[in-house]
Design a protein around this ligand. Sequence first.
Ligand code: 5BU
Length: 254
Amino acid sequence: MLTYSQRAEQAINPMGQRLLQLMDEKQTNLGLAADVTSASDLLELADTLGPEICILKTHIDILEDFTPELTFELTELAEKHHFLIFEDRKFADIGTTVVSQYREGIYRISDWAHITNAHTVPGPGIIEGLKQVGLPKKRGLLLLAEMSPKGTLAKGAYTQRSVEMAEEHADFVMGFIALRKLSENPGLISVTPGVKLTPGGDALGQNYLTPEHVIGNLKSDVILVGRGICNAADPLLEAKRYREAGWLAYKNRV
Ligand code: 5BU
């Protein structure tokens, strides 16, 4: 199998190229889901765990004390530690509306998030809308082709059509949120949430797979870990464990 950096040469979207290169350079395929509700906690996580990760995933709308300055500080930390910021916004509206949601409002997501994601339920117009805003800024989009929880409707023909939509818009779409490798196009990246060292779930339908299984067997590319790391007694130590598990599974694969 090709390495991440070999695949970078085949990625059309610049952010996809950057992520694939960065993972091999930094030797990490770990993304952190930093689901905290205060700006200081978010910045502390980003600064402490930044050296371990390729992606910092945010839910900017759960912060109680959001200010635009926070996004400047996050950008500085992303440059300092070489990670990409992924705002898990899950856009889901018509093209015209997502243009404003991505560019305007309080959060101005397109100004600071290297990566964002979108549901494919509205059809390709959502990609075309987001692309108008994001492509000039060299941003990348992940399509939600699959989801981690039990009972998800994102499967079968829906997943298949999402993959085709990505392949048709590979200038802006850098890959998928998915549980496994979905495309034969080596430039498209699979990013997988719902990952824990011990499999299981939570009380609200989340379903966890292990890093070994996701990267080694299902051939996904990036593991996204939230509570597995953030709720640990020592998040940095735990991040190192996930990083090692994810990287070992990748090395064994290539
Ligand atoms: P956890 O604490 O590792 O369960 O957090 C998972 C994160 O990934 C959380 O921020 C979710 O919003 C996000 N997520 C997910 O769990 N499953 C999905 O299919 C998608 C996102 Br898309």
